[in-house]
Design a protein around this ligand. Structure first.
Ligand code: SAH
Ligand code: ZN
Ligand code: ZN
Length: 473
């Protein structure tokens, strides 16, 4: 798969995909990424920071590219990284039918010998960890809540079933689950029911708590921002074995990365997985790209398509159980901004009528989405449809933006003006109403919802949605 380079925007920090073969230093999350702090008019300074965590509080690793690090310091760092590796063992209860308990404080399955250390913790009753509960780890484990990088949003049943049904109908019998523990879980559950053709599934996830529930051939502790297998060669070997063609089964990858994540490193890792897959293909000349479903908010469309031009964004809205904004609650469905991006043929994917998608066949004509983005040949990127190219600012902006030429400034993300930042944008409220209108149009395949009145005060959910959008835009 051809990966196209692009600038990852956000806060004047750009990501530099490794050049040459200089090895980046590692934090506890594996090799770090090289970033560049860019200020117009100055030469950018480069530094290494954690690939998985975007908040220094979560992972404090930081090193300027030109820092000299002593051998002793390197060794100490390696030792520290090792010591922070999780104590979890694979498939803990394989051979133990009795005396299973779960410590909620430590998120650990416990063998009888371990109860004592956890005596003062919140522990489940002895023996209440049944096979049935063990088969739903996503219900037992508390979803991770790190705000910036690693919040875990679990699929609502209907979205998960829709995904799995779709893949099964298309003939896939192997699913590589990258950051989709609930899909992995559902595949195993269905196999146990025995009503449908068995499917294989391999979960790659950074949440090592899952190791306790799965065997080594079912779960790998993996970082999708740097394609790092914490289990080394043995673990990447598990992936190769899974992707191989020996069993004659078609494989597809499904990933639902944290939304705060950087698109470029994700695309880079997915390309590497795809490349591994391609090398294992023996039947020459048939399929050239590994089938991928990448689940991400719609406003990342331009950036995803820049990396993967063959992808299409589908209309299907993915729902989550524990997402504060997008769950399907009593009050009716909140319109989820999360979509499927895929290199599958869109017309092969039948959107569920019962969920209100009006057309049961391919409805993803490009013009449906044109209201969201348009390409500007002068800026050489996609911009909001309401923006026009402004010659004096030499960039796209809203037609009535305060025109300004102050050099050295990153323009306002709302109207494009170089005079102020988005927070101080005089056109902020205008944009919001524009947005509403285009969203209403875009949701044309979805159940009709009465439009809320144009009240100034947004609901908490709406405000949070805007915040998430701002954060990730
Ligand atoms: N909707 C999915 C879960 C998505 S939440 C489901 O229901 O199955 C994002 C998932 O990505 C979580 O499981 C989280 O642990 C995982 N994740 C977050 N950062 C990661 C990283 N750097 N590498 C691999 N997995 C990661
Ligand atoms: Zn880290
Ligand atoms: Zn405990």
């Amino acid at each position: 798969m051809q990966l196209k380079g692009s600038d990852e925007d956000g806060f004047g920090i750009e990501i530099v995909l490794q050049q040459g073969d200089r090895k980046p230093p590692s934090c506890v999350h594996g090799p770090t990424l090289l970033f560049e702090k860019v200020c117009k008019g100055e030469e950018g300074r480069r530094f290494y920071a954690c690939s998985a965590c975007r908040d220094r509080k979560e992972c404090p690793f930081f090193q300027w590219e030109d820092d000299k690090v002593s051998e002793a310091r390197l060794l100490a760092r390696e030792e520290e990284n090792r010591s922070k590796m999780p104590p979890f063992t694979h498939q803990k209860f394989l051979a133990l039918p009795l005396g299973r308990r779960f410590c909620q404080d430590c998120q650990l399955l416990l063998l009888p010998g371990e109860w004592e250390i956890h005596a003062s913790h919140k522990m489940s009753q002895a023996d209440d960890i049944t096979e049935a509960r063990l088969s739903r780890p996503s219900l037992m484990l508390k979803p991770l809540e790190n705000k910036k990088s690693n919040a875990q949003y679990l699929f609502a049943d209907r979205s998960c079933h829709f995904l799995l049904d779709t893949l099964a109908k298309l003939g896939y019998r192997k699913v590589l689950c990258v950051g989709t523990p609930r899909l992995h879980e559902l595949i195993k559950l269905r196999n146990q029911e025995g009503k449908s053709d068995p499917m294989k599934s391999l979960l790659l996830d950074i949440d090592f708590r899952y190791a306790q529930f799965y065997g080594q051939d079912e779960f790998c502790h993996y970082n999708m921002f740097n394609h790092h297998f914490f289990g080394g060669e043995a673990a990447s070997g598990v992936l190769r074995a899974f992707l191989g063609e020996e069993d004659g089964e078609k494989v597809i990858m499904v990933s639902d990365p944290p939304f705060g994540g950087l698109v470029k490193p994700l695309a880079h890792s997915f390309s590497q997985i795809s490349e591994t897959w391609r090398k294992l293909q023996t039947s020459e000349g048939s399929v050239v790209e590994m089938p991928i479903v990448w689940i991400f908010p719609y406003f990342f469309e331009p950036r995803i398509l820049e990396c993967f031009p063959s992808f299409t964004m589908l209309d299907y809205q993915v729902d989550y159980d524990n997402h504060p904004l997008y769950k399907h609650g009593k009050t009716g469905r909140k319109q989820s901004p999360v979509r499927l991006f895929t290199n599958l043929t869109p017309r092969d994917i039948v959107l569920p009528r019962e969920e209100g998608y009006r057309y049961s066949i391919y409805t993803h004509q490009p013009d449906l989405r044109r209201h969201l983005w348009k390409h500007c040949s002068e800026c050489q990127k996609c911009v909001k449809p309401s923006w026009r190219h402004c010659q004096s600012c030499a960039r796209c902006a809203l037609p009535d933006h305060p025109c300004g030429n102050s050099p050295g400034l990153e323009g306002c993300f709302n109207c494009g003006s170089l005079k102020h930042k988005r927070r101080a944008c005089p056109l902020k409220d205008k944009r919001r109403t524009d947005n509403k209108r285009s969203k209403a149009k875009g949701g044309r395949n979805l159940p009709k919802q009465p439009m809320k009145s144009n009240s100034k005060r947004k609901s908490g959910a709406q405000r949070r949605a805007n915040k998430l959008k701002k954060m990730t835009e």
